[in-house]
Design a protein around this ligand. Sequence first.
Ligand code: TRP
Length: 462
Amino acid sequence: MSDESGKGLTREQWGSRLGFILAAAGSAIGLGNVWRFPYLVGENGGAVFVLVYLFITVLIGLPVMLAEFAIGRAAQRSPVAAFRALNVSPFWGAIGWLGTLAGGFFVLSYYNVIGGWTIRYMLESLGGLMETAATGQSKEFFGHFIGQRQQVLMFQIVFSGATMLFVLSGIGKGIERACKVMMPALFLILVVLIIRSLTLPGAEAGIEFYLKPDLSKLTRSTFLSALGQSFFSLSLGLGIMLTYGSYLGREERIPSATVWTASLDTLIALLSGFAIFPAMFAMGFEPGQGVGLTFITLPAVFAKMPAGQYFSFLFFLFLFFAAVTSSMSLMEVATTFAIEKFNLKRVNAVCLMGIIIFLLGGYSAISLAGDPKVAGMDFLDALDYLCNNVMLPVGSFLVCVFVGWFWLDPALKELTNNGKLETRWWLHVWVLCVRVLAPIAILFIFLNGTGLLETLDTWLRQ
Ligand code: TRP
């Protein structure tokens, strides 16, 4: 993303189609798959959440992703400028602003904190982590670690610094090269982990929890959490995939790139669950651990493997890379914003935004260690809720309404490469989804999950 101004018409393009898919998958695959997905599954009753998640990803996530890629490639701009370039009402620019605020600042701020954890865990794998985990103390280890503010802040700085470096190194060189190696490596090590996890005595209960839906666990918030997680995991709703789409060559097929990206992302999330839940039950951990689930369970599995410390080290190294390729997509948004608004040089923009984001994230890190709380939640949880359960759905809703009702013909042209690709059945399904199904579903799930529907209902009945 070496286009300094974000305004030029000749944008640098991805080296190859594979490069694009890997970069889009690099943004999508990250902590969302390995850290956030499993802990939400654990908190929301297991398989039933997985089921709802898959439904939502196919019916809402995929169509929104197609829409974002189409807007991005047509406009050839970053989100805020894109809607201006398409000559549509300035109102739609709100999507860009929302995305910049939510993604570039809010999500990234706490993403850096968790990213820092991966570095600490990577180093500790070769230190005392395995011995502690072997005695069943991985939960205490985690609790102790997040209570050490200076440690957490220090690793947050290291992670942020890595993100900034990657962003400065530009599109072709940094992202593509890293993704090509790290993603397959993460996949392989997950497979090894799954085999170990599934062969632990007592693993069956975990498989059942993960695969056998218990419909009585379904609540209003299950749907909203699954919706938010689907957007978060696919990097949607904030105009990030829109930005990536703007680097996609004219001849590339958007639909197949979309299906690949979404499938790889979903695959990694599902595999993470297979690595975690069987082991979690075998070791007697609780599913509703919250944010610590992955960091508590996996070291315990590694401790039961020969050469576990090396596997553990490599795993957290790959996870770190997966996280950086996601955080750099978020950082890119903040950077472009600063370049366009304040006319800064790229280096200065990255540094300025890096500092602001660090300060915000530091607050999350400190709140996990004890105080302060927001509405009874840790600051990190509160920010996470605001972004994923409010801002991402709102952003995606707007994308659907925009594309479905105000920009459908140009979108269809983009998706068929100006009529060069055949119009297939799925294109009609897509139209139905973005125009009707997805906006209504998002609205309903949002109002229902936040309790607003109930409030509205009592109000109307009065
Ligand atoms: N999808 C990434 C993950 O799963 C996180 C992420 C990157 C993201 N870009 C985003 C989330 C844009 C929301 C919006 O870890």
